[in-house]
Design a protein around this ligand. Structure first.
Ligand code: SF4
Ligand code: SF4
Length: 451
């Protein structure tokens, strides 16, 4: 049991956060934040705001609490940060007897605690939901809190900069178009050499193609081999596909910032590109939150379902294998492999079976982590954590849980269908001296593909 009435320490850390984050909070901003709880309430929000019974059963499900063992990291506490505002502004008892009901006002100190808790202490991984005694949707409440903070312009600057880059340049790393095209040309030449052909292997801006393929900008920036791997799979499968040099970014950090208008604009970029190139299927590259934001959340932002099909690369590869369009020889992959399940692909994305099918077709030996699948631990880089450099130290500390899981498998290679996870895994690989390789699904499939 934990006491929701205990006072959080107003330590130096929060004071520093105050200086870093606090914009002038106007009464108009506060009203906008409260409106999120009142004007747009639905039964789901009200239920999950009021359902927590403070049992504390969720505490060890959370990688933050497991790492730091401080009450403020308990998932139920994060829910209470938001519901205490609801009580204060939206209930009679909270308005008249706030101390009695632990109702909280949106003061500068409290907002700073909210920023630290809802942006800096939750990757929105959803593992706690599985362990909650009554199924409170904790990340949904956390995201509601982030929407409130966004309404008060309190999104951490680092995360907002990532969103702004996507809004202004159509990719969250602001990669100049000429650099992107150079990288694609380089990958195409490598692949042409490997396949001994001069054919165009990475089509660009091709109208009426069946498939528009998307990437996480981390690929052209840091992991370009995964682009060549996907191109090899498309080539062998005889796919009619294209990339766009204008809009290829599968990510949507507006989902994490809590600014729904930004999430909508970023999703709109992709919908517009599909319309411009007249493609029929949007294939989502290997990115957990991008898959979630475009496939499951974008119809909510856009207020309409897209008039094209959306599918992840992992599912498409599964189709190619099952239909015989590609054949794999798993003996070509000679190491010991494990899978890191990205939260938004497996637990929150329903792609466990597709992912296991594809990987088991591609590698001879798969050693599962413990726990794995829908109970797997987040890598620590989700929820926008990788974009918020002020939490780097905390992010690497919580990553030790994943490092220990990887170490225990004895695997040489960690496969993960998410380039955000791959980035965090690369950093904990270095930090905890794991000595493993990190590979995308496309890479292990391309390594096993029979030409
Ligand atoms: S969503 Fe994940 S990080 Fe957030 S409180 Fe739950 S377990 Fe912890
Ligand atoms: S397990 Fe559920 S009900 Fe219990 S404290 Fe956690 S969020 Fe609240």
């Amino acid at each position: 049991m934990f006491s929701l009435h205990s006072t959080l320490n107003k330590n130096l850390y929060f004071r520093a956060l105050n200086i870093m984050y606090m914009k002038e909070i106007s009464s108009e901003g506060i009203q906008k934040a409260v409106n999120i709880l009142t004007k747009h309430t639905d039964s789901k929000l009200l239920t999950h705001l009021n359902a927590c019974v403070h049992c504390g059963l969720c505490e060890t499900s959370c990688l933050f609490f497991k790492t730091f063992e401080e009450p403020k990291y308990i998932p139920g506490k994060k829910v209470d940060m938001v519901s205490s505002i609801y009580r204060r502004y939206c209930t009679f008892l909270g308005r008249t007897a706030p101390k009695l009901t632990n109702a909280k006002e949106l003061t500068e100190d409290y907002i700073a605690e909210m920023v630290d808790s809802l942006y800096g202490s939750c990757t929105m991984c959803g593992r706690c939901v599985k362990h909650c005694s009554i199924g409170v949707d904790i990340p949904f409440v956390v995201r509601t809190g982030r929407r409130m903070l966004a309404a008060m312009n309190c999104v951490p600057d680092t995360l907002q900069a990532t969103v702004d880059a996507a809004l202004n340049t159509k990719n969250n790393m602001a990669i100049p178009k000429e650099d992107f095209v150079d990288t694609i040309d380089w990958m195409q030449e490598e692949l042409q050499d490997e396949l001994e052909t001069e054919e165009t292997l990475i089509p660009m801006n091709k109208e009426n193609a069946e498939i528009l393929y998307t990437l996480n900008p981390r690929e052209p920036k840091f992991f370009p081999l995964s682009i060549a791997a996907a191109a090899k799979i498309f080539h062998v499968a005889g796919a009619d596909w294209t990339l766009s040099d204008e809009m290829y970014d599968v990510t949507n950090y507006g989902y994490f910032s809590g600014k729904d208008e930004h999430a909508k604009l970023i999703a709109q970029h992709m919908y517009d590109e599909m319309a411009k190139l007249k493609c029929k299927t949007l294939v989502l590259g290997e990115c957990g939150h991008g898959t979630r934001a475009l496939r499951w959340e974008s119809p909510n932002y856009m207020g309409q379902h897209p008039d094209f099909k959306i599918i992840s690369l992992v599912e498409l590869i599964e189709e190619y294998i099952k239909s015989g369009k590609i054949k794999l020889d798993k003996s070509l992959n000679t190491k010991k492999y494990t899978i890191h399940d990205p939260c938004n692909i497996t637990r929150n994305g329903g792609l466990f079976d597709s992912l296991r099918f594809v990987v088991k077709e591609a590698v001879p030996e798969l050693i599962e982590m413990e726990p794995f699948g829908s109970d797997n631990f987040c890598c620590g880089g989700g929820g926008g954590m990788l974009a918020m450099s002020e939490y780097n130290e905390r992010r690497l500390k919580i990553g030790k849980i994943k490092a220990d899981q990887i170490k225990a498998t004895g695997a040489d290679v960690v496969i993960t269908p998410c380039h955000n996870c791959a980035d965090q895994l690369s950093q904990i690989n270095h930090e905890y001296k794991l000595g493993v390789e990190i590979k995308s699904v496309a890479e292990v499939v391309a390594d096993a593909i029979m030409l």
